[in-house]
Ligand binder design. Structure first.
Ligand code: HEC
Length: 124
């Protein structure tokens, strides 16, 4: 009986990573209006986010950033998972004067899924 229950659970265990990925894709959906993860896609209202994690803040050379983000770039601030998650919780609190007027993401699991997704282009 125990092994039967395990068999029932198996499909859920196997699809769990796919669900996490899907959540990241879904969480990024509203961002797509302004951002692309494809380095070749240009001309959106926001900077290109390809390779975001590990890169310096405000590092899209073709984007004209706000003074607050340019200052962060000049200070050598980098995007790591921790900073990105905090940013997504309340973007304007981290960078007062930010030219990105979206509300923060309240759900921690959604922020984590989105951070994972932004850090792993292969999961696109
Ligand atoms: C309405 C357009 C718009 C939407 C929607 C939007 N952004 Fe932005 N985003 C911007 C703009 C514009 C900037 C540059 C802000 C500045 O210069 O102050 C930016 C900057 C950023 C940066 C910093 C980039 C860098 O090069 O350092 C990140 C990270 C980011 N956005 C993530 C997101 C995520 C994740 C979402 C979805 C939850 C999102 N944005 C939704 C317009 C948008």
């Amino acid at each position: 009986m125990k092994s039967f229950a395990a068999l029932l659970l198996l499909p859920f265990l196997l699809t769990a990573p796919a669900i996490a990925e899907e959540n990241g894709v879904r969480a990024f959906a509203p961002c797509r209006a302004c951002h692309s993860l494809d380095p070749a896609e240009r001309g959106l209202p926001g900077p290109n986010l390809a390779g975001l994690i590990g890169r310096t803040v405000a590092a899209d050379p073709e984007f004209d950033y706000s003074p607050v983000l340019r200052k962060a770039r000049d200070e050598g601030l980098r995007w790591d998972a921790k900073r990105l998650e905090a940013f997504l919780a309340d973007p304007a609190a981290m960078f007062p004067g930010l030219w990105m007027s979206i509300r923060g993401i309240e759900d921690a699991a959604e922020r984590q899924a989105l951070t994972r997704f932004l850090g792993d282009p292969a999961s696109r």
